[in-house]
Ligand binder design. Structure first.
Ligand code: ADP
Ligand code: MG
Length: 475
């Protein structure tokens, strides 16, 4: 479970200290508990203690060798992933057998109410299905209803399909309903809306969960030898909704299980609703027979937002906030923040919170001030190629050396700076950046980012160079 270590350069700026790590650990435990369920969590994971933190490495301690091996084989990768989400610069998560005298922070007990950060798609309101299935579902978010969904050209078809399924589940031609589109465009919102609408009638049972959760539930069922119950539970619902199906790519066993559940439900005349980031035909990596079946009902695409839709959404959200937001400000936001509804909403919420807190009217000026960082991020349109070019010119190296395997310092250092700037100035992920630099691993990029930050702190002249490059690229 060790994270790949890059050998590119030396010193690594470590974690600095252990502060905040206990909170991270609490959050990780809460997520794990959510993913694996109470019983499994209590059986295995409460035995883990947070051990010594050494520079860029975290040690988790287990009381016996058996437990350590078991936890490593069953949860090692997941623990590692979760730790990386909390501490991006972490290099390793080690599992060790505890020795007397190790400083430890124990895992919170299973019965403890959820830890500081709530799981995704939180805000539980009411159980979505009767008790017998309650461990199968994530509660529906009461804010995500049809009433609060703003309809426009890009989403009207998906909206109409969702409404239709909520009114008359399992109608011919609409089963399965497959919703797809980019991040933050309203897929989850529509699925919750379908669920809430159906539950109003009280006649049907609805199960909603992310594909990720489906997988963890399935794995937990295998381990606790309760797959039969798991299958029965799933197959007893009237409507099954699985969000973010793309998560199952590469998870063959879970896909297989989902396929059988899917068929059993459709054959029994139950409704399936699935969301993903791509259309069934573009979800390469899903088994063909599953893709074929997913495309058999209704496939509805949610397109990127238009200016008009963004304005309507902002108007609707502003109207319910109790704060007066001038049309000029709404237009400004709709022009600037075009990526997705989630970000748009976030910007407006921040503005509203600010207005409430300070009791000042919202103006264009105040908006630019309060949203300074968000707006800046959206102004940047710089590409990794531009960064590589500018950096190569600055240090007088060849552009091809940005992706070459050469490791001489006069080439490696500029390359690291370019990676650092790519991370700072674009919204590309570490693996994406790595790919643009001669297919390097994401850990190499991570290492470059921390190395450059460290050098900038130590070496004022170097820091000035990097800042200069940044300003040139930003303008
Ligand atoms: P996805 O699941 O497609 O990534 P979500 O459904 O989570 O996106 O939507 C992100 C946020 O944007 C949510 O808070 C949601 O309520 C909001 N949202 C998205 N589309 C709309 C819309 N058409 N009207 C109102 N709110 C929307
Ligand atoms: Mg979603």
């Amino acid at each position: 479970m060790t994270i790949g270590v890059d050998d590119d350069e030396s010193a690594f700026s470590g974690l600095h200290n252990g502060e905040g790590l206990e909170e991270s650990w609490l959050r990780i435990c809460a997520r794990l508990k959510d993913e694996v369920g109470e019983v499994e969590y209590r059986t295995w994971l409460t035995k883990i203690a947070l051990g010594p933190v050494d520079d860029d490495e975290i040690t988790l301690l287990l009381p016996t060798r058996f437990l350590r091996d078991w936890v490593r084989s069953q949860y090692g990768d997941r623990l590692s992933d979760l730790w990386h989400q909390e501490v991006p610069f972490l290099r390793r998560v080690e599992l060790q057998v505890a020795r007397a005298g190790d400083p430890v922070a124990p895992t919170p007990p299973a019965s403890r109410p959820s830890a500081p950060v709530q799981a995704e798609e939180s805000a539980p309101t009411r159980p979505a299905v009767p008790d017998r299935n309650s461990d199968l579902v994530t509660a529906l978010d009461s804010r995500f209803t049809f009433d609060t969904f703003v309809v426009g050209k890009p989403n009207e078809f998906a909206y109409a399909c969702a409404r239709r399924v909520a009114e008359k589940p399992s109608s011919a031609g609409f089963n399965p309903l497959f919703l797809y589109g980019g991040v933050g465009l309203g897929k989850t919102h529509l699925m919750h809306a379908i669920g809430s609408e159906l539950l109003k009638t009280g006649q049907v049972s609805v199960a909603y969960m992310s594909a990720e959760k489906f997988m963890y539930r399935f794995i937990a069922a295998i381990r606790s030898q309760s797959t039969i119950e798991f299958k029965e539970q799933l197959r007893s619902v009237d409507v099954l909704m699985i969000d973010d199906l793309q998560f199952l790519i590469g998870k063959d066993n879970t896909q297989e299980e989902f396929f059988h559940t899917f068929n059993a439900l459709v054959d029994a005349g139950r409704q399936i609703v699935v969301s993903a980031d791509k259309s069934p035909s573009d979800l390469s990596g899903l088994e063909d027979r599953l893709r074929t079946r997913l495309g058999c009902g209704m496939v509805a695409d949610i397109h990127a937002t238009t200016f008009e839709l963004r304005i309507s959404i902002l108007e609707s959200k502003a109207a319910t906030s109790g704060v007066v937001v001038p049309a000029k400000v709404l237009e400004f936001l709709a022009h600037k923040i075009t990526s997705n509804v989630r970000e748009l909403e976030g910007a407006l919420n921040r503005l509203i919170a600010h207005a409430n807190l300070f009791g000042r009217p919202v103006t264009l000026e105040a908006t630019q001030d309060v949203l300074h960082d968000i707006l800046k991020a959206h102004d940047r349109r710089v590409t990794i190629e531009e960064i590589q070019k500018k950096v190569a010119e600055h240090w007088n190296i060849r552009l091809t050396d940005m992706s070459s395997a050469r490791r001489a310092r006069n080439v490696a250092r500029p390359r690291q700076v370019a990676m650092y700037l790519a991370k700072q100035l674009t919204s590309r992920s570490l693996p994406e950046i790595g790919r643009k630099f001669g297919n390097r691993d994401h850990t190499t990029v991570m290492h470059a980012v921390s190395r450059v930050s460290e050098l900038m702190e130590r070496d004022a002249a170097f820091a000035e160079d990097v800042e200069l490059l940044r300003r040139m690229l930003e303008s």
